[in-house]
Design a protein around this ligand. Sequence first.
Ligand code: SF4
Length: 171
Amino acid sequence: MILISACLAGFNVRYDGGNAQNNLAVKLVALGKAITVCPEIMGGLKTPRTPAEIQGGTGDDVLAGRARVVSRDGVDVTKRYLVSAHRVLQIAQNNDVQVAFLKQKSPACGTKLVYDGSFSGRRIPGFGVTAALLHQNGITVFGDEDLTIDTLRPYLDQGTVDLLGNDNLRS
Ligand code: SF4
């Protein structure tokens, strides 16, 4: 099974109430080949919500207790991000997830880049909190920019690959 950020599958769960719909993600869910999670919602945050960033490092540092997640209005939401990361890991393990495609730059889902905690738009290399925990537990983690048929091919049967390439399968 493939794990996907819920906002990529078109669910309106982003901090601003919108989504980041990716047509391949929508098709994977429709075909029963992917499940979705939104760590921020699973941590008890609402939509819309004040955006948060990691301060003092990346997701790996949050897991190690060296950094924290703070909302733009100064509320420490670290515990929510830690609780949801472990919930997502449990779901992934229960569903035999081998690979995840997560939304880039999020403090939970970021896979190569996260914002640096200054709320100035600056980014640093590293995982978000959930992405880091999945990676630490042996799950291959890609960003949404890697969500292509070629990247998916090793994880899917040929019939599904053919369906994903079929433009008549509307999302
Ligand atoms: Fe939720 Fe992750 Fe999308 Fe943020 S990037 S809205 S935490 S699924």
